[in-house]
Design a protein around this ligand. Structure first.
Ligand SMILES: [Zn+2]
Ligand SMILES: [Zn+2]
Length: 318
């Protein structure tokens, strides 16, 4: 029987793509070490920089919080966990309480912002709109969530915000950009990309870790799992891409790793180009690929909808 390749202990996990067997404790160490290397390779976090960590309360983001606090609190970086309450009744509370309790346990500040407070409507209110819900609730919500995370991180005084996107998320997004014909936007995925018009850097310290390994780390670390999934979950194309990548990885161990490196190579050729395709949004001033940014465009549509729905009751009251 194989032994742990690092310490000779009882193996717990074998990396199929490298053949490396690891015991539970060396596996955990390898996750932390890989994260540290990714951060250093792309200069994601500077010395003494204030770091915001986006914590949805799912297992990936709770793991990220744990790993980054372990790596950066001893170095004197101040850390703040930021969460977004989208306003989905019966779904978000559990995740937020997981985020709150882990942040408390680790002694980290925790800032929660809500769609309602930031945009004027909750996701429940915005998606009370059948066509929109059917079409693309996840991409719709994603646009607002990214903005809310940015705002929260800036309010918290951070200069960098880390999200828990892993290798699987990264290559899925890359492939989806290709499939949507969004080649010009590929540069935005560049891990070293800095947006000169926007003071906050977005980094993905888990981008070189397989989703499966993050899940295993989370399980080992005793990170709680969410028991309910989002009622608006509708990933469409993304879940097909995920299934395809998992099938390829099962048949060809290391496939996703190779794809990550090819993606990064392609992306690097578009990194400068993406700047030429962005201009400030005419309404909010944030980076946009055309006139109005996605947030302002979708926000106007939701406000229109909420207003039109409110009318009958306004007239029906008297
Ligand atoms: Zn070991
Ligand atoms: Zn805008």
């Amino acid at each position: 029987m194989d032994r742990c390749s690092a310490c000779g202990g009882t193996p717990f996990y074998t990396r199929r793509y490298s053949g490396q067997a690891l015991c539970a404790s060396c596996f955990d160490d390898s996750i932390v070490e890989k994260t540290r290397k990714t951060i250093s390779k792309y200069s994601m976090i500077g010395p003494h920089e204030r770091v915001a960590i986006a914590v949805s309360g799912g297992k990936d983001s709770l793991s990220l919080l744990k790993v980054l606090v372990g790596l950066y609190a001893p170095r004197g970086n101040s850390i703040v966990a930021v969460s977004v309450d989208e306003g989905v009744a019966g779904y978000r509370d559990e995740a937020l309480s997981h985020a709150r309790s882990l942040a408390g346990e680790l002694g980290v500040e925790h800032l929660v912002v809500s769609y309602k407070e930031m945009f004027g409507f909750s996701l429940d209110e915005a998606l009370d709109w059948e066509e929109e819900r059917e079409a693309s609730s996840c991409s719709f919500c994603g646009v607002f969530r990214r903005r809310a995370i940015d705002e929260a991180a800036q309010r918290a005084g951070a200069s960098v915000v880390a999200t828990a996107h892993n290798l699987d998320d990264f290559v899925q997004t890359f492939m989806m950009n290709l499939m949507h014909g969004d080649v010009a936007r590929l540069g935005w995925l560049d891990p070293s990309h800095t947006d000169r018009s926007f003071p906050l850097r977005r980094v993905k310290p888990f981008m070189e870790l397989y989703e499966e390994e993050v899940a295993l780390y989370a399980h080992q670390a005793g990170v709680p799992l969410q028991s309910v999934s989002c009622p608006y979950m509708h990933e469409g194309l993304r879940s097909e891409v995920r299934d395809y990548l998992n099938m390829m990885e099962a048949n060809h161990p290391g496939f996703k790793n190779v794809l990550l490196h090819s993606s990064l190579d392609v992306i690097s050729h578009y990194a400068d180009n993406s700047e030429k395709h962005s201009a400030p949004c005419t309404q909010c001033g944030r980076t946009s690929s055309s006139g109005l940014c996605n947030v302002c465009r979708m926000r106007a549509a939701v406000e229109e909808h909420v207003k039109s729905r409110a009318k009958p009751s306004a007239f029906g009251g008297g």
